[in-house]
Design a protein. Structure first.
Length: 201
């Protein structure tokens, strides 16, 4: 099976990456079976269950270590190809992966269009505290700094989650256009949950 174009959405935890991934999925990008919605993300997480779990097993839990993944440690491309084909992705179908930013290197040989979803780290820590989660300061700060560097690359597009919540969708237009997709404002408006973002995140 020939893989279609990949949209890779990177974040740093509690930054709005699930919201952005969900918006893009609603525009028709294939995701495969994903982590179900719960009170932490009421629209869903948009993380491919099998691929997400495998990346943590093969490359480590990078939110703990703050280091970047070593893609030479495992034949990742073949594993992903075989997995998404088994999950029902078809020839040339455009697809989406959402991942923690420090796993970027395992996706580079898929030649993705990349979105970095940004939120200030203090708000990320506050959100994790409200949920009773470990802060993972080292990993989250490393991911944020790494995205600062990535955004100098032409194929990487920054999206500030608060701008989306506030009704400014301009930052999404270019990466979606590169995927051959026209941004539909109604889809975005119908998907986002401004009150949940302000109160729950």
């Amino acid at each position: 099976m020939k893989l279609g174009k990949l949209l890779l959405i990177l974040g740093q935890s509690r930054c709005g990456s699930s919201m952005v991934a969900g918006i893009c999925a609603e525009h028709g990008l294939w995701t495969g079976p994903t982590k179900r919605a719960d009170n932490r993300n009421i629209n869903g997480f948009y993380e491919n269950n099998i691929i997400n779990k495998a990346s943590r097993v093969r490359f480590g839990y990078l939110i703990d270590s703050g280091r970047q993944a070593n893609p030479r440690a495992f034949p990742w491309r073949k594993f992903v190809h075989d997995t998404i084909e088994e999950q029902g992705c078809v020839e040339d179908e455009k697809w989406l992966i959402k991942d923690f930013a420090l796993y970027y290197s395992i996706w580079t040989n898929f030649d993705p269009v990349v979105i970095t979803v940004r939120r200030d780290v203090e708000s990320t820590f506050a959100s994790r505290q409200r949920l009773g989660w470990k802060l993972h300061e080292k990993g989250i700060k490393a991911a944020s700094s790494f995205m600062d560097v990535l955004e100098n690359k032409r194929h990487v597009h920054r999206v500030d989650s608060q701008q989306i919540i506030d009704g400014d969708y301009q930052q999404l237009e270019v990466p979606l256009k590169k995927m051959g997709i026209h941004l539909n404002e109604k889809i975005v408006k119908d998907f986002i949950q401004p009150d949940y973002w302000r109160c729950g995140k």
